[in-house]
Design a protein around this ligand. Structure first.
Ligand code: ADP
Ligand code: 5GP
Length: 185
């Protein structure tokens, strides 16, 4: 076993609370490094370039793919998302734990290219609660919510592919469990 800190991948259906958990975790542990993905999705109110995402257009995303700059990428509910490769590898080389918050397809690609990665599935306490959270966030149109719920059904069925499942009932509890998995005390 190498002593290298692991790459941890957090995945789970849209609306389950991934961003909320990660934001909480980073507030308490600012030293945890979270990869910032590139996306073709438009920013939501309050989102800033380089913070939540690098917001790029289709042409720029094509270039990132063509130049091999993405560790993985996937299309999700009509937009493309990808993990910049270099920053992740640099952090791992520097001995720092790395966290990725990506979708199911991305998690599968990381498992293929980096089998030592730890895959964590964030599950909702129940389907109704997932619908409530996704709708309650109020950031997507009914049509987009439908697309995301359709994707969520597929994602929920893939839970057994992950190393660990954490149920997001309490943001604090789940952040604590995730920290323990990343072996950051
Ligand atoms: P994701 O990043 O997985 O798409 P978000 O973090 O945007 O999900 O969360 C979706 C909604 O659910 C937000 O309105 C958020 O405040 C709420 N939420 C997240 N975690 C919890 C929780 N443990 N209990 C209740 N609501 C939550
Ligand atoms: P959102 O639009 O809600 O921010 O993200 C939609 C989905 O894309 C979420 O499941 C999120 O985890 C995923 N996602 C974000 N960044 C990446 C990435 O770099 N690669 C992949 N494969 N998925 C991502």
């Amino acid at each position: 076993m190498s002593e290298r800190p692991r790459l941890t991948v957090l995945s789970g259906p849209s609306g389950v609370g991934k961003s909320t958990v990660v934001a909480h975790l980073r507030k308490v542990h600012p030293e945890i490094w979270l990869s910032v993905s590139a996306t073709t999705r438009r920013p939501r109110p309050g989102e800033r370039h380089g913070v939540q995402y690098f917001f790029v257009d289709d042409e720029e995303f094509d270039k990132l793919v063509a130049n091999g700059e993405l560790l993985e990428w996937a299309e999700f509910a009509g937009n493309r998302y990808g993990t910049p490769r270099r920053a992740v590898l640099e952090r791992l080389e520097a001995g720092e734990p790395v966290l990725l918050e990506i979708d199911l397809q991305g998690a599968r690609l990381v498992r293929e290219s980096m089998p030592e990665a730890q895959l964590v599935f964030l599950a909702p306490p129940g389907w109704e609660e997932l619908v409530r959270r996704l709708t309650g966030r109020g950031t997507e149109s009914p049509e987009v919510i439908e697309r995301r719920l359709a994707a969520a059904r597929v994602e929920l069925a893939a839970e057994s592919e992950f190393d660990v499942t954490l149920v997001n009932t309490s943001v604090e509890d789940v952040s604590h469990e995730l920290l323990a998995l990343m072996k950051v005390s």
